[in-house]
Design a protein around this ligand. Structure first.
Ligand code: AMP
Length: 283
């Protein structure tokens, strides 16, 4: 597995692969890798001949009061995990000036409206940072496929819209959320949880699963479904528990047959903010 740190080197390497007739998949991450990330790498290896895992803790997607400085960074243990898995051909860990050659950054990619609901409502500027960094990574690596986790479903739908609108030749693939045995979605932020909060955090999965059961059971009233989610989250510091459509991520009032919706929740536990969701097609 090779390690690359510059834009020129990654471009050269992918160009060589292309010349040899090989396809490339990119898995963008912020490091602190866990089994969830490894599932994306596994999917990437099925989708393309060569897999690039990028590791970049992107400053522009953190708000002023968020955990940018405290975000766990350990590239050498990430590299060890990827080597042990044996599926990635390359780790691309660019320094900040490769991604943001001029600082402060002036050029942004924004997907209007879709970044206002769910996590976008309380994390202003977060998705603008995510979309901008992913657009730059796609421009640098020019992969045939880019793989993302559906744990961050809002991110996935926003990025899908961006790549379609911008005409990127990259196909996006979403991988189902990898979970602990009790349902908690794996996250680099789970390590911040106290023992008690770790136990209480099971409520997120319970909430989105109840929403799914309600919808599949025939419930059409969104307020009733959201109430069920809030009940599961009672006693926690909830940020949101909402049902939105997957095309514009806007709130919906009434479900109709065939509609694809996202039942999504976010909860604060101490300094950690955890999210989860269920993607449901209304029967
Ligand atoms: P991050 O490093 O947290 O920015 O995440 C990098 C990628 O891994 C994103 O596409 C996430 O959606 C994905 N990811 C994070 N946690 C999980 C998980 N538990 N299951 C599947 N994908 C995940």
């Amino acid at each position: 597995m090779i390690q690359i740190e510059t834009k020129a080197d990654i471009q050269g390497r992918v160009r060589e692969w292309k010349r040899a007739g090989a396809t490339t998949a990119l898995v963008p991450t912020m490091g602190a890798l866990h089994e969830g990330h490894l599932a994306l790498v596994e999917c990437a290896a099925q989708e393309a001949d060569q897999v690039v895992v990028s590791i970049f803790v992107n400053p522009t997607q953190f708000g002023p009061n968020e955990d940018f400085d405290a975000y766990p960074r350990n590239v050498s243990s990430d590299v060890d995990m990827l080597k042990a898995q044996g599926l990635a051909s390359c780790v691309f860990a660019p320094g900040p000036s490769e991604v943001y050659p001029a600082w402060p950054n002036r050029t942004w990619v924004d997907v209007e409206g879709m970044d206002r609901t769910l996590c976008g409502a309380s994390r202003q500027g977060h998705f603008r940072g995510v979309v901008t960094v992913v657009a730059r990574l796609l421009a640098m690596v020019q992969p045939d496929v880019a793989v993302f986790g559906m744990k961050d479903a809002q991110q996935f739908f926003i990025l899908r819209r961006m790549t379609e609108d911008m005409g990127f030749a990259t196909r996006l693939v979403g991988v189902p959320t990898v979970r602990e045995q009790d349902g908690l979605a794996l996250s680099s932020r789970n390590r911040y949880l106290s023992e008690e909060d770790r136990y209480r955090a099971r409520a997120l999965y319970a909430a989105v699963q109840s929403a799914r059961a309600c919808i599949l059971g025939g419930e059409r009233r969104v307020d009733a479904i959201e109430r069920v989610m809030r009940q599961e989250l009672e006693g926690t510091r909830m940020d949101y528990a909402s049902i939105v459509d997957t095309s514009l991520l806007m709130p919906v009032n009434e479900l109709t047959s065939g509609m694809e919706v996202l039942a999504a929740v976010a909860v604060h536990f101490g300094s950690a903010r955890l999210i989860d969701n269920a993607l449901v097609t209304v029967p």
